[in-house]
Write a protein that binds this ligand. Structure first.
Ligand SMILES: *Cc1c(COP(=O)(O)O)cnc(C)c1O
Length: 415
């Protein structure tokens, strides 16, 4: 997009938008939750549907003029059903956090108890962090990953569930590199009569493509982000069995939202359509292969990986064993200077702080969209390791930056 009209009306915003496009074109996006959507998804997201008020659901709106909004939302719903095999889908949540809040609202009363993974261990704010609405409305007890293995401790979770007797258990994580056993968590929830919400925000695309086992049909509720590995319009979605459909829909609207962002729903419909193409399955498989190649490279370079590797789209490196003096934030800043964008992240048994943690989280969805395969990932892995070894060395950063330029030139992104 050239933003010609914006430039005429508003040069300041146009300049920022153009700079952002250049930034994305010229840097390597390795934030595990990010991706690059297609031109088609961006066009749909900037459509006239941004003007509509479409409170309600297809066929039952509170306003007129929703004929085409209905078409778009129905397409998004049908495609989502096909992608994930869900009985009921709500595509209106403005974000993954809203999707989670709506599920909690649909079955819990304030003061009920949630059992969820600690944020420091890879959980998410919306799973009941004290600063989040869920943390203020509900009693929250948190489980942790095994500090030795970095993996979910299913037996420990089961014991805790029996002890706490929660009303709802949340699974699904932001910084967990391994496959999740949804059935094991479902059994723990069942044993105490709790609901189970599986939040597949990060791995929606991997689940749709069969690269990660699906919780749909196992958990009572499945929520997701629509802009992460699934690479569609920005927002969230909720999937559930038909028996919960009315309560979930009412919790989204009028429970916590007003008019849906129909232009984003159009972006979701287009992105879901793209994901139904067999090419998307190849993409998702490559995302995982690329993460494996990255993990192997890190290990060869002496970095310690939480859980010892990955089954997904992300790698979590704990810098403490190999680089005890190096903070994640310093590595994040040095890498950004070199054109590689990722985030510092807490690791199990964190000894620094949430704001300046000891690890880095590195994801492959965006670079795989760009066309990177294992060879490029190994090159990028070595570049990251070079900077981790010498975050204050300007010559190293300059050298890495030159190689980033070559890679981004070889794999162009947006016109
Ligand atoms: C990203 C994420 C979400 C949703 O985030 P939004 O920014 O609100 O879309 C929810 N849960 C988990 C586990 C996540 O990683």
């Amino acid at each position: 997009m050239t933003y010609e009209t914006v430039r005429q009306i508003d040069p300041a915003v146009a300049s920022a938008l153009t700079s952002e496009r250049e930034r994305q074109n010229e840097t390597l996006a390795m934030i595990a939750s990010e991706n690059h959507v297609s031109q088609a998804v961006m066009e749909a997201q900037s459509s006239e549907l941004t003007n509509n008020y479409a409170e309600g659901y297809p066929g039952g709106r509170y306003y007129g003029g929703c004929e085409y909004a209905d078409d778009v939302e129905q397409l998004a719903i049908e495609r989502a059903k096909e992608l994930w095999g869900a009985e009921h889908v709500n595509v209106q949540p403005h974000s993954g956090s809203q999707a989670n809040m709506a599920v909690l609202m649909s079955v819990l009363d304030p003061g009920d108890t949630i059992l969820s993974l600690d944020l420091m261990h890879g959980g998410h704010l919306s799973h009941g962090h004290p600063a989040n609405a869920a943390g203020k409305l509900y009693d929250v007890v948190q489980y942790e990953v095994d500090s030795e293995t970095g993996r979910l401790d299913y037996a420990g979770l089961d014991e805790l569930a029996r002890d706490v007797e929660p009303d709802l258990v949340i699974s699904g994580f932001s910084a967990y590199p391994r496959e999740v056993d949804w059935e094991a968590i479902q059994e723990s929830a069942d044993s105490v009569g709790a609901y189970h919400l599986a939040d597949i925000a990060h791995i929606t695309g991997l689940v749709a493509a069969g690269e990660h086992p699906s919780p749909v049909g196992i958990a009572d509720f499945v929520t997701g982000s629509t802009h992460k590995t699934i690479r569609s319009g920005r927002g969230g979605l909720i999937m559930c069995r038909e028996e919960y459909a009315d309560d979930v829909d009412a919790a989204v609207f009028p429970g916590i939202q007003g008019g849906p962002l129909m232009h984003n729903v159009a972006g979701k419909a287009v992105g879901f359509g793209e994901a139904l193409d067999p090419e998307f399955d190849a993409y998702a498989a490559q995302v995982v292969k690329n993460a494996e190649a990255l993990a192997e490279t890190f290990e060869l370079r002496g970095l310690s990986l939480v859980s010892g590797g990955t089954d997904t789209h992300l790698v979590l490196a704990d810098l403490r064993p190999s680089h005890p003096e190096t903070a994640g934030k310093d590595v994040e800043a040095a890498l950004e200077e070199a054109g590689i964008v990722l985030n510092a992240n807490t690791v199990p048994g964190e000894s620094r702080s949430a704001f300046n943690p000891s690890g880095i989280r590195v994801g492959t969805p965006a670079l795989t969209t760009r066309g990177f395969e294992e060879a490029e990932m190994r090159q990028v892995g070595n570049l990251i390791a070079d900077v981790v070894d010498a975050p204050n060395d300007d010559d190293v950063i300059e050298g890495v930056s030159a190689q980033v330029d070559e890679l981004t030139d070889a794999y162009p992104l947006y016109d």
